[in-house]
Structures are given as C-alpha cells and as structure tokens.
Design a protein around this ligand. Structure first.
Ligand SMILES: N[C@@H](CCC(=O)N[C@@H](CS)C(=O)NCC(=O)O)C(=O)O
Length: 283
C-alpha cells in the first residue's frame, strides 16, 4: 500500500482525509490532505484542484481555515493540499531557524545546491509524484487546476505556467509574483539554486510570463491592506507584463483585505467557481 491513513472526517456530505506516504522524490515521509465530494466514486471520478500553501504552513492550514468545502461539494471537485516542504529530522533546515527558508518554505522548486538538493524537490513532487499517487488511489480524473497563497501563489503561478497541458486554470491569493527581486525569493533562490541568477527565472512568474505564451486563464486576488504587498509580492509588475503582452491574467485588488486566511475565505468560492468552469470545459 502506497498510503497510510492518518485521519478522516465527513464534511458537507463528502470527506476530508489525511494520509502519509514515503516520497521517493523528496526522500522523506510526507503528509497530504484531500477533500473528496460526495459524488466522487469509481464510476464518477471528479477533477482536482491542487492547493499550495504559504510560508510556515502544512497540509492543514487551508483545509481548516479556508472554508472551501461547501462550495467544492456543490461544484463536485476534489481538493488536494500537500505540505509546503520536505519534513523530518534528516531534512536540513535554516540554521537560524527563520520561518521564510527551509522547513515550511520549500518554494515549490527543485533545489540544485548542497545540502538542500537531496530533499528540496517540491517542483517534481507537485507536478509528478503527488498527482500520480492521487490518481492511482482516489476516484479522480486526470483533469487538474492549481491555486495557492503567497509562497504557494508563486508555486501555483510558476507550476501552472510551465505545465499548461496539465493544469486547465491557474489562480492565486497574494502571490509572490517576482521572487527574484524581493527578500523572500532572493533568500530562498540563493540557497536552493545558487548565486547564478540565470537559473532563477525558471521559478519567477513574471520572468516566465515575459518569455512564454499563456493559453490558460490566470485569476489573482490581492488585498490592498496586505503587510507584505509592497516589499514581497509585486503583483503590479506581473500585471504590467500581462497587459503589454495581452495575456489572459486578471488581477483584482481587494480593498481593505490583509494577507490572512480571512481574505482567502472571503474569495475562495469565486476561485472554486472559476476552476470548476474550466475543469468542466476540458471534459
Ligand atoms: N510568520 C510570518 C508570516 C507567515 C505568514 O503570514 N504565513 C502565511 C503564508 S505566507 C500563512 O498562511 N500563515 C499560516 C496561517 O495563517 O494559517 C510573520 O509573522 O511575519
């Protein structure tokens, strides 16, 4: 058996479940959460939204705080929430123990530098190992969408942009839009990818948008009272590239909202509807 069951609770007619598995890509045991709506059965499999959380989070933050299940149950879509980094005693962490690098801060990339590269391979985990595991073990189709928050918004944008055949729609809350030029991104990229900045663009949504075409729609919500907006997030730079290239990117500045799950809770229903629409179109 690939999976060991951790917990389950019935919610809005469906199920919230947690599992552990040994990740070959990350070289450590990992936990993830999945929401399965009532209508997900072997004869009627459902599409999946992958949710990537932000700094300091595990698979639990979104599932417990976003209030997403009523709408996901109504729309008939599954949600998978992975952890935000490899875990365990053998996994190296920031020697300073800071929250923005190391454990809980995998940045959804494949590290190329020592001592990080043995475990910090979150890009391959999210795009390859995890969906294979989910599709093998649960009543879901291979149709996928991707969303996330902050560091996870950066993950959703970069992973979605680079895998447009795999994800039919992309959305983000308060994403780190241009990590190469902000403190969170620079710290992570310097350690995980090294000093050569040419390797950073591959994991920078703004640089990817400059270089690539976009056939999938992107929806971004950003609160204008977010403490991290000016220093770390830079959505206006990503938006100006999108406007210049006339790409299907919608950025909505939401007055008064901060960086928290209260903001996510307010607009998650609209993101789920957006993804459900595109997931059903690809049928
Ligand atoms: N701990 C950091 C901020 C970390 C933070 O805001 N994390 C966001 C993602 S970037 C989050 O989702 N936190 C967990 C939560 O709200 O449940 C600080 O206090 O400056």
């Amino acid at each position: 058996m690939d999976l060991s069951h951790v917990s389950q609770s019935k919610v809005f007619g469906g199920w919230h479940k947690q599992y552990r598995h040994d990740s070959k890509i990350l070289n450590c045991p990992m936990r993830f959460s999945i929401f399965l709506p009532l209508n997900a059965t072997d004869t009627t499999p459902v599409p999946v939204l992958y949710w990537l959380s932000g700094l300091t989070c595990t698979d639990e933050n979104f599932m417990q705080k976003a209030g997403a299940f009523r709408k996901a149950a109504e729309l008939g879509i599954a949600i998978v929430a992975p952890d935000t980094s490899p875990r365990g005693d053998s996994v190296p962490d920031d020697p300073q123990g800071s929250y923005d690098f190391g454990l809980g801060a995998g940045f959804y990339l494949n590290a190329t530098q020592e001592p990080w590269k043995k475990h910090y391979q979150m890009y391959s985990y999210i795009t390859n190992e995890l969906p294979k595991l989910i599709e093998k073990n649960f009543p879901v189709t291979s149709r996928k969408a991707i969303s996330g928050h902050s560091m996870g918004g950066h993950g959703a944008l970069t992973i979605g942009l680079k895998n447009q055949d795999q994800y039919v729609s992309i959305s983000a809350f308060s994403p780190i839009c241009h990590p190469s030029i902000v403190p969170w991104g620079q710290k992570a990229f310097r350690h995980y990818l090294g000093e050569d900045k040419s390797s950073w663009s591959e994991y920078d949504a703004t640089e990817l948008l400059k270089a690539w075409s976009l056939k999938r729609p992107i929806l971004i919500d950003q609160g204008d009272a977010d403490n991290f907006l000016e220093e770390q997030l830079k959505p206006e730079i990503l938006q100006s590239v999108a406007l210049q290239k006339q790409l299907p990117v919608t950025l909505r500045m939401q007055p008064g909202y901060d960086h928290s799950y209260f903001f996510i809770q307010t607009f998650i229903g609209e993101h789920l509807k957006f993804h459900a629409h595109h997931l059903s179109e690809s049928l």
